[in-house]
Structure formats: C-alpha cells, structure tokens
Design a protein around this ligand. Structure first.
Ligand SMILES: Cc1cc2nc3c(=O)[nH]c(=O)nc-3n(C[C@H](O)[C@H](O)[C@H](O)COP(=O)(O)OP(=O)(O)OC[C@H]3O[C@@H](n4cnc5c(N)ncnc54)[C@H](O)[C@@H]3O)c2cc1C
Ligand code: SF4
Ligand code: SF4
Length: 817
C-alpha cells in the first residue's frame, strides 16, 4: 500500500513526541517530513536553563539526533520555516521556496516569547528566553558585559536570572507584582524563595513597571513608571508567551488565543492536527510539557487511525529548576472562602508546605524546601481523593518512617505503583519498576530511553535514581556512562584516565588544575573515582585520600541499618583453624556481639558492633592473625572455594589450596567495584565459580578461567576466557585480568558490564593472546599489591602513622597468630 504523506511543521518537543508515539503504533503508515525553523534537531527546550547556567552543554540536551530521523525514515529540513499552507492544494511552502504536499499535516509551532511593546524593545541587547539562539546571545553578552536585567519574576525569568548570575553577571530581576512567581506561589513560599535567591546574589525590584528601554546602538538602561532609571547592558524579557499561530491563522484555520483543536487534536480542517503550546483546547492553552505530551499521545493515536484516544485537558504542576532550590506547586494554592488550609512551617530548616483543602479534597499545594511528597499530593489532587482518614498526618508526607538513613530510597520505595514520579511525561512508579525489571535496565539513561521518566525537566531524577537503586541494588551504577565523569568536568572517565597517565598527574589538586576542573575540590561524584584512578595509575606514589572514599571504606566496616557495623575478618580461601574460630568466639564474647553469621562468601560476619568498639575489635582480631575481609570496599572481596580433591570424590584439583593462593595474591587490591573470585574443584561447580568476576573451574587436564559473572539482581553467567594447565598460570592470568580491569574499567563498573562493553575478544587479546602484555599486566599488578596489602584494621588499631604504607606480608600475619 502506498504510504500517506505526513508533514510536521515545528521540530520541537510536542511535534516530535507525537511522531515518536506514532512510530510506536504505526511505523509504516506514513512518509514523514519535518520542517523546523531552528537549525537544530529536536532538543529539550526545558534544559536551556541548565545550559545557560553552565550545568549542561547544548549537545547533551539533544533529544533526537539527526541519525534518529534517518533511522526512522523521516526527512528532516532544519533552518527552513514554513511560510504558507495551501489547504486546497494540500501543500506547504517554505522560506527557501521548497514545496511539499501532504495527506495529513501536523502543526506544532510552539509559542513566541511576549516582548512588551515599550520604546526600545527592539534594541540590540534585548532578548527573550526561548531557544538556543537566545541562550547563545545571553552567554555572549555575559562574556562582554557586566549588568543584566530580567523583566519578569516568573519561572522562566528566575531561571534566566540564575543562569546569568552563574555566568558572572550582576543581575536584577524586575517584577510587576509584589511577590515572585505569583501564578505558582503564595506569599510565604514566595518570600522564602526570594530570600534564598537574594542570598545567592540576585537583586530584585518588586512592583516596578518598566516604561522604556534606554539606549542608542544597544541597550544601556531601563526607565520605570515612577521616573527612576537602572543601568544595564542586557535585558531579558520573560513576561510570558504567546501561542505561535500566525501560519495557521493565515491558512484560514480557526484560531482564538491559540489554534483551536478538538479532543482528537484536530483543527477545524480535519486533515490538519495541532499539538503543543500553539494549541487552544477547551479554552485552555498550556506552557509546560506534561500536558503537551498527553496531547501528543492522543494525536498519534488518531493519526494511527486507532481513534480511541481522547484528550480532555490537564491539571499541571510546577517545579523550579534552580540548583539548590526545591519548590513545588500545583492547583489552586491560594485559598478562597470556604477553603481550609493545612500549613507546616519550619523556618530553621527552610521548609514550608501548604495544602488547600475543600470538602476533604486537596485543591492546591505549595511546597518549599522539601518537595519529596509533591507527586503524592498531586496525585491526591488529580484523583480528588478523600483525605479525611489521614488528614492529621498528611503534611508529614506519605511515609513518615524515621528510616535508618536510606532517605529518598526508602521513601520512594514505599510509594504506591500508581504514584506519578515523572510529571512531565506522566510516568508512574509501577511503569518505571516494571521497565527496570523486565527490560533489565541499569542506568538512568536506559530508564529515560525506555520510559521517558526524568527525560524532560529532570526534577524527578533523584526519585528515578532512588527507584533504580532500590530495584536493582548497587548494580545500577555499574553500567558505564559515556558522559562526563560528573558535573565538575566535561571529560569522560576514559579521558580522565588517559590524562592521568599521559600528563603524569599524581595528585588530586594537580588533576583539578591541569584538567580545568569546574569546582575547586571536586564533588562526591568525582572524588571517589579520581582517587581510585590515581591510586591505580601510581600505586607507589599516590597517597590515598580517605576523604574521597565512601563511608564504608572510610570506616572499614559495613554500616548496617541500625547504624552499627558488621565486621568480617578475612579467611583465605574460606579455610580456618580451630584457633581462628576460638579467637573469633572470644571477640564475640568480649564485645557482646549480638549476632554471628556465615556469609555467602564463606566468611564469618560479626553483626552489631558499635562504631566506638571497632578499633578494639580490630586489635584483637589482628593479634589473632586476621586481616580485614574488605567486605565493605570496592576491592577484592572473597575467594570462595569448594573442598576439592582433598576431600571430594569428584575433585580434580586442589581447589581450596588454589583458592588460598589466589586470595594471598589478590587481597587488599582496590578495584573499580567489588570483585569476587571462586574456585570449584570440578564442573559440578559447588563454589558457584561461573557467577563470579573471575571463576576457576578445575578439570582433569587443568583449569578453566571464567570471567565477567555476577550473582546479584541481574545474574550474569561468566564467559570462558581460556584454559590453562598449571596453578602458576592461573595466578598469572588472574593477576593480569584484574590489572586490565583496574586500569581500564570506569569507576563503579563491575566486570560484567565492563566485559560486555569492551568485548570478550578484547579481553582475550589482552590477557590470553598477548603473552608479553599479559606478563607486563601481571607485573604491574604485583607491584601495586606491594603497596596495597596493608591491613587497614591493624593500621588503625595501632596508629595509622606507622603502618599506613608499610606492607604487612602474609608470613608476618601468620607469624603473629
Ligand atoms: C527556558 C525554558 C525552560 C522551560 N522549563 C520548563 C520546565 O521546567 N517544565 C516544563 O514542563 N516546561 C518548561 N518549559 C516549556 C517547554 O519547553 C515547552 O512547553 C515546550 O517546549 C513546548 O513544546 P512545543 O513543541 O509546543 O514548542 P517548541 O518546543 O517551542 O517547538 C516549536 C518549534 O516549532 C518551530 N517553528 C515555529 N514556527 C515554525 C514554522 N513556521 N516552520 C517551522 N518551524 C516552526 C520553532 O522554531 C520551534 O523549534 C520551558 C521553556 C523554556 C524556554
Ligand atoms: S540480599 Fe540481603 S544482604 Fe543483600 S542487599 Fe538484599 S537484604 Fe541486604
Ligand atoms: S565442585 Fe566438584 S570437587 Fe568441588 S565439592 Fe563440588 S563436586 Fe566436589
């Protein structure tokens, strides 16, 4: 069947979202052509604020690359606005003179910033805040000039002001009303917002009406109605938007405040659809993406000739994207006669919450400082839930649990499946969890790609990450990101690692300086990674930075949910003696350890040790010959073994003895992530070697080496790396494999995703085929172990100064016992 022709005018968020939805339903129905006035592919307009603030780059906010259009058979014309629609001939004409005919036409022309028509509004240096071009103009001004004025203290104006201030400008916000964001906030919340913006350096002129923009060649100042003046080099007008309907109007389509559409998003010409900010639906126009995406879904449904979708309008909520400010507002937040209000105010914590209630139903919500429960209140509001049964506690949030430090993770975990997490895209918790578990998602980017959650304004990113963490455990961070290490830099993990070795960077300050880090001391995101990269590159020279380690690594124990610690002494290969057991029992008695448990890695775990007891516990264990089991670290954890041929009738080799040798070789080694080893004495595999980072399976003729396994939430069976004949080779290949992983994986990347990323063939080439390279890797590993095999417990129990960098050999430890 010949495809019908669909033309989209307006390559923005609503239009392209409609195409995405359509392609999901009917990928073959149309020949699609897109015309965009801007020279870019579709990008996330919402993210212009973070781009202006220097928190994101333009290429990071592209939603659909040019390849996406090509892959989906869509013809894209950018930088060529459509200038006319001939409805009779069903043809459009563009500024460059191109003509194209259509069977169906989709208008998504967005809106234009409203420029107040006062004298001087068209001077150079006066801009709106709508597209990449506007942001570039602002950034350019910030480089050349000092003073900026933003007219408009609404959402957009404040985000513009914040961005300009971050670019070093002296910014004044001029606002007509007596409170900021009066369409979203009540007086107390607006007051808190203003105070914290003032603290960050913004200035405000409230109740000021601009009469004229002054200047000759370029803006130089503003004059107000009361006659006063203010100098400025840049004016950003952020006083509202107007639906962009000129093209539709000229084509004779019915327009009022926007292009009028019905519930299937059709205009008065049924061949022509319209979605987005250019639209007027049931007398409403919208300026946020959530309703536009709802429109896109329905419009796609109708374009796909399914016809069961209806758009009935949307209730919207708002968040402000100014880093460090948490603000949420929805519905009718200013009470009128007959309404009741519930207010929680904690000025010391900077928290303010107000709910407007009518007939025991939420009509509106304003929150400042703690917005975690915003989506819950919004859901109650939209569903008109009767709140009388939990009204007494509603302000404390859905989950006033007093949890033991899991914070956001626990709270989001307790939300119902129907709770909306991503307001922009209307994605509920159940959708996200379902996508994570059924599609095997591990990263934020994957969740964004599959569900669209957090893919628009990003305000729900924290909650999506918390869901990832609670659904897949710590493995969620395991997939590498091709993006920058963190917000402090634009360099990727690989680039940073390369720079460390090529520029011989051997300390954190040196690295920050040479790589022009965006923050003077890094952040909790980059410091642990950099600490590991420096340690792995310069084992002899680099001094480990305790402040860059996660709390468990700093405390050398695993914090448990009641705040106590668990202590796991290392037992090489899982072997122990009666004396060892007696020593552990003595420690348990002496310190009244409440629970003792054998771990999955064949170690003994002492639970419930108080923090202040730790050094004394470590001291006794050290004196009995134990070293730390590193059960808390991104480090070699355990070597699990089966009994092997010494005892088992199926055993082919001495798996326990080999496990001990492997653990003696590898203990203490810091890794990009935790690393587990196992040795099974025969293919019956009692030590579960094929779900370990490196597993050895003994066979009659030698040893199979398996790599890249994982036994967590996402189980991954190992790949066979190679077979070797002797124990010495097992040790050499293992050391080489570990070193390759240490030198090349990204921090927080387990071996499973690393092997998948770089490919098994690559690892084989480095560790198996290249003999010289393998030996060099092994040598580097052994060198690094010289400095790594320092028992942190002993060092701590006895005073870190003397022991910090003194290697403690296995012989000495054993001798001490
Ligand atoms: C700085 C900023 C921050 C924002 N923050 C948020 C936020 O936090 N949360 C939120 O929900 N919303 C936010 N928004 C609003 C959100 O970006 C818009 O609601 C959304 O982009 C509108 O989508 P649209 O497709 O209707 O219009 P647009 O995304 O503007 O797309 C319309 C496109 O059509 C093109 N066009 C117009 N006329 C023609 C023509 N004749 N021929 C060809 N092309 C044409 C335009 O150039 C434009 O590229 C923000 C907007 C801005 C500017
Ligand atoms: S499997 Fe057990 S120990 Fe591991 S994270 Fe879950 S509850 Fe905690
Ligand atoms: S893996 Fe083989 S050798 Fe080891 S305990 Fe099991 S059956 Fe015995």
């Amino acid at each position: 069947m010949k495809k019908q022709k669909l033309i989209l005018i307006g390559n923005g968020m609503a239009g392209v979202r409609t195409l995405e939805e359509l392609l999901k339903l009917e990928p073959e129905l149309y020949d699609i052509t897109v015309f965009g006035a801007e020279p870019h592919p579709n990008y996330n307009r919402i993210m212009l604020s973070p781009v202006l603030a220097g928190e994101k780059q333009v290429d990071e906010i592209v939603l659909n690359s040019r390849e996406w259009y090509a892959e989906n058979g869509i013809t894209l014309h950018t930088g060529d606005p459509v200038t006319a629609i001939d409805r009779q001939a069903r043809q459009i004409t563009t500024a460059s003179g191109m003509q194209a005919s259509y069977d169906r036409l989709l208008l998504a022309t967005g809106s234009n910033p409203f420029m107040i028509p006062i004298p001087g509004h068209d001077l150079p240096g006066v801009v709106g805040f709508r597209d990449i071009q506007d942001v570039e103009t602002m950034l350019d001004s910030a480089r050349q000039y000092k003073k900026a004025v933003v007219i408009g203290g609404g959402l957009l104006g404040l985000e513009a002001a914040n961005g300009l201030k971050k670019n070093g400008m002296d910014v004044t916000v001029v606002h007509l009303m007596d409170i900021l964001m009066e369409r979203q906030l009540d007086k107390p919340a607006a007051g808190l917002l203003k105070a914290s913006l003032e603290e960050s350096g913004l200035k405000f002129l409230m109740e000021a009406q601009t009469e004229a923009i002054l200047g000759d060649q370029r803006v130089t100042g503003l004059r107000f109605k009361d006659g006063s003046e203010l100098d400025t080099d840049l004016v950003v007008m952020a006083v509202g938007i107007r639906p962009n309907m000129a093209l539709a109007d000229a084509a004779g389509l019915h327009c009022e405040r926007g292009i009028v559409v019905n519930d299937t998003l059709q205009t008065f010409d049924p061949r022509i659809y319209a979605v987005g900010e250019c639209v007027q639906h049931r007398n409403n126009t919208y300026g946020l993406v959530a309703p536009l995406f709802e429109q896109a879904k329905v419009c796609a449904n109708h374009l796909a000739q399914l016809g069961y979708g209806r758009y009935q309008g949307s209730v919207t909520s708002t968040k402000l994207k100014v880093t460090g400010i948490d603000l949420f507002s929805a519905g009718e937040f200013n009470e009128t006669e007959g309404d009741e209000t519930l207010v929680l105010q904690d000025p010391a914590q900077g928290v303010y919450k107000k709910l407007v209630i009518r007939d025991n139903r939420i009509k509106g919500a304003v929150m400042y400082g703690d917005t975690m429960d915003g989506s819950w209140y919004f859901q109650l509001l939209r569903e008109a839930t009767d709140i009388s049964s939990f009204r007494n506690t509603i302000l404390f949030g859905q989950h006033d649990l007093g949890d033991a430090g899991h914070g956001e993770e626990t709270r989001v975990g307790m939300l119902s499946d129907e709770a909306e997490i991503c307001g922009c895209n209307g994605v509920c918790k159940g959708d996200i969890v379902n996508a994570i578990t059924t599609q095997g998602l591990f990263t934020l980017d994957e969740v964004r790609a599959h569900t669209k959650a957090s893919a628009s304004c990003g305000s729900c990113t924290g909650m999506v990450e918390a869901l990832l963490a609670s659904t897949v455990g710590e493995g969620y961070a395991a997939t590498p990101s091709k993006k920058a290490v963190c917000g402090c830099t634009s360099y990727s993990h690989d680039e940073v690692r390369k720079a460390i070795s090529e520029l011989e960077l051997k300390s954190m300050p040196e690295l920050f300086d040479r790589l022009d880090w965006g923050t003077p001391d890094g952040c909790p995101g980059c410091r642990p990674a950099l600490n590991f990269y420096l340690l792995a590159a310069w084992p002899a020279e680099y001094q480990d930075d305790a402040q860059s380690r996660f709390i468990n690594e700093r405390a050398h124990g695993n914090i448990q949910k009641d705040g106590s610690y668990s202590v796991v002494p290392r037992m090489f290969g899982g072997l122990c003696s009666a004396d060892d057991l007696r020593a552990i029992a003595d420690v348990a008695d002496k310190f009244e350890v409440p629970e003792i448990k054998v771990t999955g890695g064949q170690r003994i775990d002492l639970f419930g040790v108080k923090k202040d007891q730790l050094p004394a516990v470590w001291k006794d264990l050290s004196e009995a010959g134990f070293v730390s089991g590193h059960a808390y670290g991104k480090a070699l954890r355990t070597v699990k073994t089966c009994v092997g041929k010494n005892w088992c009738r199926f055993g082919t080799q001495d798996s326990t003895g080999l496990g001990v040798k492997l653990e003696e070789l590898t203990w203490g080694s810091w890794m990009p992530h935790k690393f587990k080893l196992a040795v099974s004495g025969c293919p019956r595999n009692c030590a579960e070697a094929t779900i370990k980072d490196l597993g050895v399976v003994c066979v009659d003729s030698g040893y199979e080496l398996h790599i890249g396994g994982n036994g967590g939430i996402k189980v991954r069976v190992t790949d066979l790396l190679c077979k070797v004949e002797s124990e010495a080779e097992v040790l050499e290949y293992t050391g080489a494999f570990i070193q390759c992983y240490r030198e090349e994986a990204h921090y927080l990347e387990r071996t499973a995703p690393w092997v998948e990323r770089v490919s098994l063939n690559y690892v084989k080439q480095r560790v198996v085929e290249d003999e010289v390279g393998r030996k060099a890797l092994y040598d580097r590993f052994k060198l690094s172990q010289k400095f790594a095999q320092v028992d942190p417990w002993k060092a701590r129990a006895e005073g870190a100064e003397t022991h910090e960098f003194t290697p403690l050999s296995i012989d000495r430890m054993r001798a001490a016992s």
